[in-house]
Design a binder for this molecule. Structure first.
Ligand SMILES: C[S@@+](CC[C@H](N)C(=O)[O-])C[C@H]1O[C@@H](n2cnc3c(N)ncnc32)[C@H](O)[C@@H]1O
Length: 223
């Protein structure tokens, strides 16, 4: 298992560094499916960083209550500041996501992980799913965005970019992960992908998944 990375050191400059390296591409990726999240009522957001996505989600969905989990106190402070107008609908938890177990009966109907799975190995993502799974509504949505290595001409540039980013995060935060996990195979065990949108010639992906329990039950009954 990887040890918890230290994002405190980078938190205040995170937005600037993001814009300098990737421009508005990550922002565009994160926000693509936001209009599909407007009926959610009870969300869990893991590692939202400085809270730019969450502030926009809370502004656009005025019925949404959110639990935001992050292991960086500075990131969570920035997130709370940014979400001040919606503070009565926000609960923050400072902890390693791998030791976070939602209280029984929580019933999340939405989970958001933007550029978060890339901080974990596949067994760790399985562990996250094992902890959170029991507290999800059967048809809960899971929004995930991440880097990916596309086939074709962009394969080599994407590999170089991802390797450079991992190296930078290792130096700055101590992140031990060195390759992108295959989050698709982890999520596929309980969710089905409703829609996927690629950006930057396939180097960035944002995906909307939905709990597949009901879907799998219906399939089993048909057979
Ligand atoms: C790469 S940043 C992504 C931030 C934001 N979601 C985005 O879209 O840019 C990863 C975030 O996850 C948090 N994080 C990383 N590992 C974590 C862990 N094991 N438990 C909780 N939070 C973690 C970091 O503190 C940081 O806020």
């Amino acid at each position: 298992m990887s040890s918890k990375p230290g994002f405190d050191r980078i938190a205040k400059r995170y937005r600037l560094l993001e814009y300098l390296t990737m421009g508005r591409m990550l922002e565009q990726t994160r926000l693509h499916f936001l209009p599909r999240l407007l009926t959610a009522r009870n969300a869990l957001i893991l590692g939202d960083g400085d809270g730019r996505f969450l502030a926009q989600l809370l502004a656009e969905n005025s019925n949404l209550h959110v639990t935001a989990v992050d292991c960086s106190a500075t990131m969570l402070n920035l997130l709370r500041q940014r979400c001040t107008p919606y503070g009565d609908r926000l609960h923050t938890v400072l902890t390693d996501a791998l030791s976070f177990t939602p209280p029984a009966g929580t019933g999340y109907d939405l989970v958001v992980t933007h550029f978060f799975f890339d901080c974990f190995t596949e067994p760790e993502i399985d562990e996250l799913l094992r902890r959170i799974g029991p507290e999800l509504e059967p048809s809960a949505l899971w929004l995930v965005s991440d880097f990916r290595i596309p086939a074709g001409l962009m394969r080599l540039p994407a590999k170089i970019l991802v390797r450079a980013l991992y190296l930078a995060f290792r130096v700055i935060t101590g992140l031990c992960i060195t390759r992108l996990p295959d989050h698709t195979s982890c999520l596929s065990t309980r969710f089905r992908c409703l829609e996927r949108k690629l950006f930057l010639s396939g180097v960035l992906t944002t995906e909307l998944w939905q709990g597949a329990d009901l879907f799998l039950e219906a399939q089993a009954q048909k057979e």
